[in-house]
Design a protein around this ligand. Structure first.
Ligand SMILES: Cc1cc2nc3c(=O)[nH]c(=O)nc-3n(C[C@H](O)[C@H](O)[C@H](O)COP(=O)(O)O)c2cc1C
Length: 393
């Protein structure tokens, strides 16, 4: 299974084509739009999120609510396109126009963004050519793709949720997720302004975001994704590029501004003994093999253990600052305060939705790689067989 995306932040639309989905999978625009709306939400988002309400159009591969087995094509149009047609149009500029006169040309690279090195690499002196694609706007269609993956996982009895565990140094009490189902966690997070399970931490996070915004600054944080219902043995230990933890880590770090990833106890494992890390193995008639704890986050040897997958990612503070850091104008080579595109003070809640959806995609992809998957009913029965086999093994 694979997908590509195309489109610039202020271009006419974002496009994606997904290949390799089984046929007969129920998909609706409504379920994808729900995730798109969540990506645009969360306390701390700027004005652009109010201008645009992202909605998806399914333009290939689905008929009467079910996949056909052919490539699925999705489009998210840019509501603001009418204001950008001249600046971002695909047609060559008329000869009598000096490209330097085009509005919105960017010559001041922002520290922490792709602007400077992207310009050097692709030979763009107008850095808009870089920032239009390096912008996290592209994560809109990646969320749409993940939403389709979640529809598949749901059919297979696998559920997934994300929540924000930290913003700007304020930590949520994550013990609040213990003993809760994925649906219960989701229903708490859905109502919270920063998608957090701990109301008292959430209140402080909201306050900190407001204060940071007033200062013209930005803050990052940590998000956690939990996947429940995985059959044991997805992924493999036999080769480096088949290890599922490696693939999930790559997916997490592929999100704009994500700089670190950990599973289960994560970096805490460096500070404690083996007996406090490894999960004891149990067996019972009803459940088959389980673990007394889930400190390794559901993965051993690059394979799922059958326990929930728990993976966290850290997002750095957003690079575009209203009180900008020093930079150098590439035309004059003079020091400058970096130019400001519209920007958020904190996008960690939105990023939690991106994380949930890119992880959903990677899990769905690993399942499709491992099981016969031309059509959903065959895929379902193979997963059921795998679960039964693993229980009795
Ligand atoms: C949901 C989301 C929203 C983001 N919004 C902004 C933004 O408004 N302004 C900004 O400068 N960066 C934003 N970023 C981060 C940049 O896209 C990112 O820092 C940039 O692409 C450079 O990549 P790097 O940080 O991974 O090196 C956002 C990231 C995510 C995941």
């Amino acid at each position: 299974m694979r997908y590509l995306t195309a489109g610039e932040s202020h271009g006419p639309q974002l496009t994606t084509i997904i290949e390799g989905l089984p046929s007969l999978l129920p998909i609706t625009a409504e379920q994808i739009n729900y995730d798109l709306k969540r990506r645009q939400g969360g306390h701390g988002r700027g004005r652009r999120m109010q201008i645009e309400t992202d909605t998806v159009e399914i333009v290939g591969g689905v008929r009467h609510g079910k996949t056909l087995g052919s490539p699925v094509a999705l489009v998210v149009k840019n509501d603001d396109w009418k204001h950008w047609t001249k600046i971002m149009g695909a047609d060559p500029l008329p000869e009598d126009i000096d490209p330097n006169e085009i509005k919105r040309q960017v010559s001041r690279p922002r520290p922490g963004h792709a602007d400077l090195v992207g310009g050097m690499k692709y030979g763009h002196r107008d850095l808009r050519n870089v920032l239009e694609r390096s912008s996290a706007r592209e994560t809109t269609v990646r969320v749409a793709v993940g939403s389709v993956a979640k529809a598949l996982l749901k059919e297979l009895g696998i559920s997934i949720v994300s929540h924000v565990t930290e913003i700007g140094g304020i930590k949520a009490d994550t013990s609040k997720v213990e003993g809760k189902t994925i649906d219960e966690i989701r229903s708490i997070v859905e109502k919270d302004p920063v998608y957090c399970v701990d109301p008292s931490a959430s209140e402080k996070m909201v306050q900190l975001i407001d204060d940071t915004k007033k200062e013209g600054n930005s803050i990052g944080g940590v998000v956690e994704v939990i996947v429940d219902g995985m059959p044991a043995g997805v992924g493999s230990y036999v080769h480096y590029d088949r290890k599922l933890d490696g693939k999930l880590a790559q997916a997490m770090l592929s999100i704009n501004a994500f700089k670190g990833v950990e599973f289960g106890l994560g970096f805490e494992m460096a500070r404690i003994k083996g007996s406090e890390v490894h999960d004891e193995i149990l067996w019972s008639e009803e459940e088959g093999y389980t673990r007394r704890t889930n400190r390794l986050g559901g993965l051993e040897g690059g394979m799922t253990t059958g326990m929930p997958i728990v993976v966290r990612g850290v997002m750095k503070p957003i690079p575009t600052l209203y009180k900008p850091l020093q930079s150098v104008d590439i035309e004059t080579k003079e020091p400058f305060k970096a130019s400001v595109e519209r920007s958020d003070a904190c996008a960690v809640p939105a990023a939690s939705i991106v994380a949930e959806n890119v992880i959903a995609w990677e899990i769905a992809k690993a399942i499709i790689e491992q099981f016969h998957s031309d059509q959903l009913p065959q895929l379902k029965s193979q997963i059921d067989e795998m679960r039964k086999y693993a229980k009795e093994f």
